[in-house]
Ligand binder design. Structure first.
Ligand SMILES: [Fe+2]
Ligand SMILES: [Fe+2]
Length: 501
């Protein structure tokens, strides 16, 4: 399409693209309302599960009255403590309605499941699956605290056997612990088997300590404990895609899948726009390192970087990285149309992302990596070729929105840095450092980082990480000063041998 389109076709095709929708901002009042609603729904559901349960907890509520007040007070204090824990240590989860809704849903479901199965056998529980799922969608600490709270509550309200408490506590701790790296679904299967194996041994050892003599009962309990671990892994693997789409969240499994070069969009980009593909990989390395440096989501940033320029596949030859040995297409069209073609790669990218069903969190990287920045080269060219007053700056700007997250802001900086450093023919460390500094300063001055939650300390760390990665990437190309020049600068005579040895 790129080579054959004439000016009119170009204009017509670009004008057909859908405008980008503005970012929906979290209005504080509605955010609070949603959070309170999740709190109330969780409280009421858990209260009624325990109060009306056919399981063992029911015997506490035969006399009604005071037991209900006790249950209400207990739930209120545990839920408030957990909310305060999130607020103090993991604000990102308390401010995410989707994460809160998922935690609430899984907690209610687990308590309901346990109430139904505890009367049959307290050793077959949903608790390992609960801990695994919370671990996958949040982190180790949140999973540990929440699953221990649910385990203790289940035990206190539904069972009197201290061995049950011990086994279930080991289950959830092991489930959270054994999922240290979550990149493949087989990691979950391994975690399930670990839980089954270790829990079975713990149960046998506890029964031996307490002198259990009924061998048949012991065998049944051990089988149920073992089944619980495997069942939890199977349920977790099976429910992940549904939970991801139901709550609009993305797991590291899905992210790892998206980095596979066999993904149709990446494969196409490799063929249609190889220069852009290379650029995306380098930007991915830069952005991932910077995200790690400031404790942002490194894998998410890498995936966002890999897909940020997919829109360039529509007209690859209009972008410098794909122009090797090909006539510059911009020489045939006006600067105004050039700017339109360049900025339209964002809209084309969003359309492709929708067509190939990229998750919305990845799609966000496409418009945000340019924010509302100016296509300065063609803006200045237009000013020279047209009447200056006819050239409106806004027509030469990307449609936005500006980066809203740390991850998208990092991508904006990595993208611009990679392009600028690539343009230096013989880069020196000093030049690379100055280029990074200039790019960050220019983006701040242009207000592009105004809506992203980055601090100055973060920006310093990002810039250091960029320098570190670029130095190693361009090592062979980096121009080091000659020994003679260094000695001259130092005011000394050259010595024998190379000082870089
Ligand atoms: Fe781009
Ligand atoms: Fe880019």
């Amino acid at each position: 399409m790129s080579i054959v389109e004439n000016e009119n076709q170009l204009l017509e095709n670009i004008s057909k693209l859908e405008p980008i929708k503005p970012v929906k901002r979290n209005i504080l009042a509605s955010h609070l309302l949603h959070k309170s609603l999740i709190f109330i729904v969780s409280f009421v559901s858990i209260f009624f599960i325990y109060a009306l349960s056919p399981g063992q907890s029911n015997h506490y509520f035969k006399d009604g009255g005071l037991s209900y007040i006790g249950l209400g007070l207990y739930l209120m204090i545990v839920m408030t403590l957990f909310t305060l824990f999130l607020k103090k240590f993991w604000v990102s989860y308390i401010s995410s309605i989707r994460h809160l809704a998922l935690m609430s849903f899984l907690t209610i479901f687990t308590i309901l499941f346990n109430e139904l199965t505890f009367s049959f056998s307290p050793y077959f529980s949903f608790l390992p699956a609960f801990a695994m799922l919370i671990r996958i969608f949040t982190n180790f600490q949140v999973s540990l605290v929440l699953s221990i709270a649910v385990t203790i509550s289940s035990y206190m309200l539904s069972s009197n056997d201290v061995t049950v408490l011990a086994i279930n506590l080991f289950s959830v701790v092991l489930s959270s612990f054994s999922l240290t790296k979550i990149q493949q679904r087989s990691d979950l299967a391994k975690a399930g088997l670990t839980v089954s194996f270790v829990d079975s041994i713990i149960l046998v050892s506890l029964k031996l300590i307490t002198g259990a003599t009924d061998l048949n009962k012991l065998m049944l309990d051990v089988s149920l404990v073992a089944a619980s671990g495997v069942f939890s892994a199977i349920i977790s693997i099976g429910s992940l895609p549904y939970l991801e789409s139901l709550f609009g969240l993305i797991t590291s499994f899905k992210l790892a899948e998206l980095t596979n070069p066999n993904q149709p969009l990446l494969k196409q980009m490799m063929i249609k726009a190889p220069g852009t593909y290379q650029h995306s990989l380098i930007v991915g390395n830069l952005a991932e390192a910077a995200a790690e440096g400031i404790n942002a989501d490194a894998l998410l940033t890498r995936v966002g970087a890999m897909y940020h320029d997919i829109g360039k596949m529509v007209r690859p030859y209009f972008f410098i990285e794909n122009q090797l040995g090909i006539e510059n297409q911009h020489s045939k069209i006006s600067p105004r149309l050039s700017a339109l073609v360049i900025t339209s790669h964002v809209k084309e990218g969003i359309e492709l992302a929708k067509e190939y069903k990229l998750p919305s969190i990845i799609r966000d990287f496409i418009p945000m990596h340019h924010g509302t920045s100016l296509v300065a080269y063609f803006y200045h060219q237009a000013k020279q070729t047209e009447k200056s007053e006819d050239v409106v700056e806004a027509h030469f700007r990307y449609p936005g929105p500006k980066p809203q997250t740390k991850e998208t802001a990092i991508l904006m900086l990595a993208d611009a840095t990679e392009a600028a450093v690539r343009a230096i023919s013989k880069p020196t460390v000093d030049q690379i450092q100055k280029t990074i500094g200039k790019i960050i300063k220019a983006r701040i001055d242009d207000g592009q980082l105004a809506e992203a939650p980055l601090t100055l300390v973060d920006l310093e760390k990002i810039s250091n990480e960029f320098l570190r990665i670029l130095q190693s990437l361009y090592h062979s190309r980096i121009e080091y000063p000659s020994e003679e020049k260094i000695m001259k600068d130092l005011g000394r005579k050259p010595q024998n041998g190379n000082i870089f040895k």
